[in-house]
Design a protein around this ligand. Structure first.
Ligand SMILES: Nc1nc2c(ncn2[C@@H]2O[C@H](COP(=O)(O)OP(=O)(O)O)[C@@H](O)[C@H]2O)c(=O)[nH]1
Ligand SMILES: [Mg+2]
Length: 317
């Protein structure tokens, strides 16, 4: 029997309000700014439209996504679907929902044992922390989890993963600093099979001498995993830090070109005003957004839910 991860944990469902609180800086930057502008507007004119676009860009939606929304608005205005300023906000909200709704695709862990998750992203994005949170979550669901310390670049990275492993009683496969990450992950694959592990999550380094080196290393790790299970890795998950704004979008595009992402986790949505970058990533990449990180603690990883996200960042009420 395959075990399925529950669609949502209590933390996801009981916390619609909690999410709004965590995202309050981004809500100030997007939802509140749009409301203020539209509240003050007497009619829809070019000046208002320009100001709206400025807010969208300022909220890190990026040029392409802001243009998409402005075009949708202009069409609705031209066809008289929208005639008053107070009709604009619901229209923007609906368009933003259409952008992110297709990315609400939950990570299904069925069908492979071990289910192998390769976690990639630049240094400091939140990879190791996300792995720790995810391990805890999966363990709570009754799954056997193992971690592979594939960031062999820095001693601290291995220790950090081991600390998460100890806290949550999850085994961590590691070698000395400087070891070949592909070898660590190869070891972990064998060990996971021998120990009947359900989910193996592999950490990776985020910085090498050049971007090309990093991507070549990740491709090697992928080949080594495939030598043991040609269907693996079953998830290549990028972790990006929302507070880096448009950089997060650029990273997503680069990693996707190099290692074909199957999922994205967007971290540090708490305490940044740049959460709007999630719309840019969804619109440009269309890759499933699996989780959002809203804090440093184990429970601060939420399943991405388009409706709760919109309600938090752009509430209509
Ligand atoms: N506020 C906040 N901090 C986070 C989040 N995720 C990670 N961090 C912090 O970001 C820093 C870098 O995280 P780390 O997992 O080491 O990044 P890595 O280099 O990609 O492995 C750490 O101090 C984490 O505690 C998040 O969702 N919210
Ligand atoms: Mg790390």
């Amino acid at each position: 029997m395959f075990k399925f991860l529950r669609r949502k944990s209590a933390a996801d469902t009981s916390s619609a309000d909690g999410l709004a609180q965590r995202l309050s800086a981004s809500q100030d930057n997007l939802g509140r700014q749009l409301k203020q502008l539209l509240h003050a507007a007497e009619r829809i004119d070019d000046e208002l439209l320009e100001d709206l676009e400025t807010v969208l860009l300022g909220a890190d939606l990026g040029i392409a996504t802001s243009e998409r929304i402005m075009q949708a608005l202009q069409q609705a205005i031209a066809s008289k679907l929208i005639t008053r300023a107070d009709e604009v906000l619901p229209a923007i909200q609906a368009e933003l929902f259409d952008i992110i709704e297709p990315c609400e695709q939950y990570l299904e862990l069925a069908g492979h044992k071990p289910f192998v998750i390769l976690v990639v992203g630049v240094n400091g994005a939140g990879k190791t922390t996300t792995i720790g949170k995810l391990a805890r979550r999966l363990k709570d669901e009754g799954l056997q989890v193992m971690l592979a310390a594939g960031d062999t670049f820095r001693a601290a990275a291995v220790e950090q993963l081991q600390a998460w492993g100890e806290r949550n009683q999850v085994p961590v496969i590691a070698q000395q600093t400087g070891a070949d990450p592909a070898a660590v992950i190869f070891d972990a694959m064998q060990s996971a099979k021998a120990r009947n592990i359900d989910v193996l999550i592999a950490d990776t380094a985020g910085r090498l001498h050049t971007q090309d080196n990093l991507m070549a290393e990740l491709q090697k790790v992928r080949r080594v995993i495939q030598r043991q299970d040609d269907s693996a890795p079953h998830e290549v998950m990028l972790v990006v830090d929302a507070s880096t704004g448009q950089n997060a979008l650029n990273q997503a595009q680069q990693f996707n070109d190099a290692v074909q992402l199957t999922g994205i986790t967007i971290t540090k949505l708490d305490g940044t005003a740049r959460g709007g970058v999630l719309f840019a990533i969804a619109n440009q990449l269309k890759t499933p957004i699996r989780f959002v990180g809203v804090g440093e603690k184990a429970e601060d990883l939420r399943v991405f839910d388009a409706t709760s996200f919109i309600d938090a960042i752009l509430p209509l009420g």
